[in-house]
Structure formats: structure tokens, C-alpha cells
Design a protein around this ligand. Structure first.
Ligand code: NDP
Length: 324
């Protein structure tokens, strides 16, 4: 049967990774394009999804049978703290327009995208899918987190599943990195920010200084692996319960391990140190990928260094057009 898969946020880090995987895996393979499938990747130039009319026109133009909904106002901790209400309102509007238009257009399936950073602040680790609504999110991303959590509420408890029987669900990725990331030093997440700073240190012959002790542990998923998990969900997962998309807890890495790998991948040979006067943030906030692996029957994640090498290579080669 002909299927049109619309990927909102298709011009961002995760959207570009899905496009890459769909176009490079062989046709008919597990993660490659299937016969009768059309994939459409859209960004803000096609529609501002905060606007219901533009959203409706987008659905009318492409008539998607399936939607992977990635579009969001996304940002690092400082931007999130400064614009809490904008993060709340923009994301509520985007998500509500996408879900409601999918319902009115009888779209067969929508997979939206949450984030492990929207879980409660005071929570017992590891995070798992049952803990999403168990307490208030961290104050730094209060707006973003509430807007994201509402997607899960809309999907099931009050609306689309119970009231209309819609097949809407959500994925919950941990931190993502890869080609097409946001490398802007003000708003980037830790890996792209460190890659950019190490690249500049090498270029300018200055020291590479990492904020904090380097001891905190973090989990990351390579964008191409995340893309495969989304493609798997699209084709195989029909439950409303969200699924955490992450590497295993044992794959946690310290900031120092990450910085060491970046120094190696960038080929930086200058002075490299940790600024221990800067805050470390939370020591660890692991998430469990048990449910994902059970559902998928196992998945081979790309080794971290290999994924990092690829991301650094992309940044060096595309520095001029990257978001910096
Ligand atoms: P990016 O910032 O790389 O991309 C954001 C995408 O959303 C872009 O395609 C952008 O379009 C689009 N977009 C933003 N505002 C609007 C709007 N008003 N109307 C239409 N499109 C819009 O984000 P990521 O790829 O990193 O994130 C994708 C999803 O994954 C998001 O939902 C995010 O919350 C989630 N996530 C991300 C994590 C990460 O570490 N990056 C971790 C966990 C979850 P344009 O390019 O035209 O601006």
C-alpha cells in the first residue's frame, strides 16, 4: 500500500539523520525505503507549525499517511531558562497543530518526540517509561518539559487514543549527536559545543578548556542509530506507551572520556585542561533502554568513537554551513 511519511523537523539534526539512513540503506532492507513509500522532510520554510492554517495546508499538500513529528523549539539550558514561556507556548502550539491535523486528516500513525530531559527532577534512576509524569521537571526547562509531556497526555489519557482510537505515540531519546547538529557555542549541547571549542583551539593555537571536573556521566545516542530506532517504531510499534531510545546504562561516558575522544578525533595537540571552578551539573541521570531492546529484539549501536569521528569529520568539512 502507498505510504507517505512526513517528517517534521526534517531539516534538523534528527530529521537529517533519518533522511540519511532512509536514502543510504538498501531499498527493501530493515531500515531502507520500502516499495510504495514516499518520504518528505520539511522545515520551517514549508510551514510554521505554530500556525494551524499553515499546518493544515502542509497536510493537504502531502497527504501523509504517517508522521514522524520532530519539529520543536529546541535549545540549550541558557536559552531554555531565558525563554521558558516561549518554549512552552511554541511547542504546545506546534504539537497540538500536528496531532489535531493528523486526527482530522485520518493520518494512520504519528510518532512524536519527547526527551529524557523532560522527566521529573527528583526521580529514582534509572529513568524508565513509567516515570515521565511522576514529579515536576527541572526548573531550567520547565516550559519545554511541560509542553513535551503534554504530547503524551494528548496521545492517550485524555484524547486521541481513548476518545478517537488514534494510533499516536512518542519516542523519548536521550541526548543526540551527529552531523547537522547545532554547533552554536551559546546554545549547543555538550558534544557539539566541545567539538567546536576544540576545533577553534586547534585553529587558533589556544588551550582547550572543558568546563567542570570532567567526572559527570552522560548517555548519548548517535543520530544515525536514533534514526534507525524511529524507522523501526514507524513500521513495528503500535502501542501508545512512549519508548525510551537510548544506549544502555552501561554505555554512560564521563565528560572527560568524551573530551579525550574529541581531542583525538580533532587531532588537537595543544594544552588541554578542566576548569574545575565551573559547575558540573547533575552527576548522572541514566535512562534504561530495556524496553527498547526487548521490543526490537536487540540493536547494535555504533561504537562511540566511530560515531564521534564521523561527527567531527562532518563539522570540519561543513564548518561554513553548520549552525555555529
Ligand atoms: P534541531 O534544532 O536540529 O531541529 C529542529 C527542527 O524543527 C528543524 O527542522 C526546524 O526547522 C524545525 N522547527 C522549529 N520550529 C518550527 C516551527 N515553528 N515550525 C516548523 N518547524 C519548526 O532539533 P533536533 O533535530 O535536535 O531535535 C529533533 C527532536 O528531538 C525535537 O523534538 C527535540 O525536542 C528532540 N530531542 C532532541 C535531543 C537532542 O539532543 N538534540 C534530545 C532529545 C530529544 P528549521 O530548520 O527550518 O528551523
Amino acid at each position: 500500500m502507498a505510504q507517505v511519511v512526513l517528517v517534521t523537523g526534517g531539516t534538523g539534526l534528527v530529521g537529517k539523520a533519518i533522511e540519511h539512513v532512509i536514502n543510504t540503506e538498501s531499498v527493501g532492507s530493515k531500515f531502507g525505503k520500502q516499495a510504495g513509500e514516499t518520504w518528505v522532510f520539511v522545515g520551517t520554510s514549508e510551514a510554521d507549525l505554530r500556525d494551524p492554517e499553515q499546518t493544515r495546508k502542509l497536510y493537504e499538500k502531502y497527504k501523509p499517511t504517517h508522521v514522524i513529528h520532530l519539529a520543536a523549539l529546541v535549545g540549550g539550558v541558557y536559552k531554555n531558562m531565558k525563554y521558558k514561556l516561549t518554549f512552552l507556548r511554541d511547542n504546545i502550539l506546534i504539537n497540538d497543530n500536528i496531532l489535531h491535523t493528523a486526527y482530522t486528516h485520518k493520518t494512520a500513525k504519528v510518532i512524536s518526540c519527547l526527551s529524557t530531559c523532560v522527566f521529573p527532577d527528583a526521580v529514582e534512576y534509572p529513568l524508565d517509561e513509567t516515570k515521565l509524569h511522576g514529579g515536576l521537571p527541572h526548573h531550567s526547562n520547565f516550559g519545554y518539559a511541560h509542553a513535551k509531556r503534554l504530547v503524551d497526555v494528548q496521545n492517550r489519557q485524555v484524547a486521541y487514543k481513548e476518545e478517537f482510537g488514534c494510533n499516536f505515540t512518542a519516542a523519548i531519546p536521550t541526548s543526540v549527536f551527529g552531523p547537522h547538529d547545532n554547533y552554536d557555542l551559546e546554545s549547543a549541547h555538550v558534544i557539539p559545543a566541545l567539538i567546536h571549542r576544540c576545533y577553534l583551539a586547534k585553529k587558533n593555537g589556544t588551550p582547550f578548556v572543558v568546563g567542570g571536573t570532567g567526572r559527570p556521566l552522560r548517555q548519548f545516542i548517535f543520530s544515525y542509530d536514533l534514526a534507525k530506532c524511529f524507522i523501526w517504531m514507524l513500521r513495528n510499534y503500535d502501542d501508545v506507551e512512549p519508548v525510551i531510545l537510548s544506549v544502555a546504562e552501561e554505555e554512560e561516558m564521563s565528560v572527560k572520556q568524551i573530551a579525550d575522544a574529541i581531542v583525538k578525533a580533532v587531532g588537537f595537540e595543544g594544552e588541554y585542561s578542566f576548569d574545575t571552578t565551573r559547575s558540573d551539573g547533575q552527576f548522572r541521570k541514566p535512562a534504561s533502554n530495556k524496553r527498547l531492546l526487548e521490543l526490537m529484539g536487540g540493536f547494535e549501536f555504533t561504537p562511540f568513537e566511530q560515531a564521534l569521528d564521523l561527527s567531527v569529520k562532518w563539522f570540519v568539512e561543513n564548518h561554513d554551513m553548520a549552525r555555529t
